[in-house]
Design a protein around this ligand. Structure first.
Ligand code: FAQ
Length: 314
């Protein structure tokens, strides 16, 4: 009995054998990965902007050094991910073009403003916390280069999450004004972080196929629930609250129940109408245009070097 390439491919996935760049793969698997990995890469790079906004205003030299390192880590994550996507046959220029023309998405979360220093804490705790929840399972994703890139990313995200929580912990033990700032940041970042996991399972067009291909190991709602369960406990250490009157431990389910998500807001932000979408895209476009001379110089230098090498060989 002979198997079709699709059946052999699924068999490998079922056996937990990683798919590597030169292996046969269904075109839709390749396209799904290009979409997800490139959007992930764009999220890391655009994700530098809300926190980059606070580097010059961090309250001490130590805080500045930590934030600088954190933001720099996100750039590194973007680079590993762009490299992983390139192994699927798309160029980096194409991916940037998709971002700059608004064709490719990036995470909704980075379209919200960072208004106070406490936002650096809330981003670390909640946004990096949500990112880890989603990304730890991606270390076991079926595509080898993506899975391997995620291992280092997760180690760094774990440091990011702790530094964020520590910022909030210090504020939560400070003056009344600092406590209020801490609560306000949690109030503003909580729901956008809950939304970050993507649409509810029944409204997620890609989940079923991505689970079968083991690109995703958990559904959006499963990861969201784990995140809520953890944060509902951690917030107690801060002596703060999550802005959800319906948040309540459900003994029977062994999980927290939580309130309704504002999906209208989520889709508006995804569609480009969030508070900072235009600003974020304009910043990336400007960085690309301002960097043109660097790319031109590097290309000219490489061409000169190659010509010299050819001359030597001849
Ligand atoms: N924002 O069917 P699904 C970070 C789109 S990294 C915008 O559920 P899928 C680190 C989705 O693309 C954060 N769009 O799709 C950091 C699809 O649209 P399309 C990023 C969203 O792919 C921390 C449509 O909705 N992480 O934070 C969002 O199976 C701090 C239907 O959705 C990753 O990218 C959203 N939140 O599941 C950096 C992780 N959610 O393409 C700096 C990898 C969904 O059909 C500072 N990605 N959409 O037009 C994934 O795990 C998945 O792609 C999901 C979405 C779970 C995001």
């Amino acid at each position: 009995m002979s198997y079709t390439p699709e059946q052999q491919f699924q068999h490998k996935i079922d056996q937990e054998i990683k798919i590597e760049p030169k292996d046969w793969m269904p075109e839709k698997y390749r396209q799904t990965l290009i979409r997800q990995i490139s959007q992930h890469a764009h999220s890391e790079v655009v994700g530098m902007l809300p926190e980059g906004n606070w580097i010059s205003r961090a309250p001490s030299l130590k805080r500045k050094a930590i934030l600088l390192a954190k933001v720099q880590d996100e750039a590194g994550h973007g680079l590993y991910l762009y490299s992983a996507a390139e192994t699927l046959g798309i160029t980096r220029d194409e991916m940037y073009h998709q971002l700059h023309t608004g064709k490719a998405k990036y995470s909704s979360i980075f379209n919200y403003p960072t208004l106070t220093w406490a936002d650096m804490g809330a981003i670390g705790w909640l946004v990096d916390g949500a990112a880890i929840m989603n990304q730890v399972p991606l270390c076991r994703t079926s595509y080898g280069p993506y899975a391997r890139a995620m291992v280092r990313v997760c180690k760094e995200e774990s440091f990011h999450q702790r530094q964020g929580f520590e910022i909030l912990l210090v504020l939560s033990q400070g003056t009344d004004e600092q406590k209020a700032m801490c609560q306000d940041a949690i109030n503003r970042w909580w729901w956008p972080s809950v939304m970050m996991f993507g649409p509810a399972d029944e409204a997620s067009p890609h989940t079923q196929q991505s689970m079968q291909w083991k690109i995703k190991r958990f559904t959006n709602d499963e990861l969201r629930q784990k995140f809520v369960d953890i944060c509902a406990e951690q917030v107690k250490t801060l002596g703060m609250t999550l802005p959800d009157p319906d948040l309540k431990w459900n003994e029977e389910k062994g999980h927290y129940d939580f309130g309704a998500i504002n999906w209208e807001e989520f889709w508006q932000v995804v569609a480009g109408n969030g508070p900072c979408n235009k600003e974020r895209l304009a910043t990336r476009q400007k960085a690309w245009n301002d960097g043109a001379w660097v790319r031109d110089a590097a290309t000219a230098h490489a061409a000169k070097k190659a010509a010299k090498h050819l001359h030597k060989v001849a």
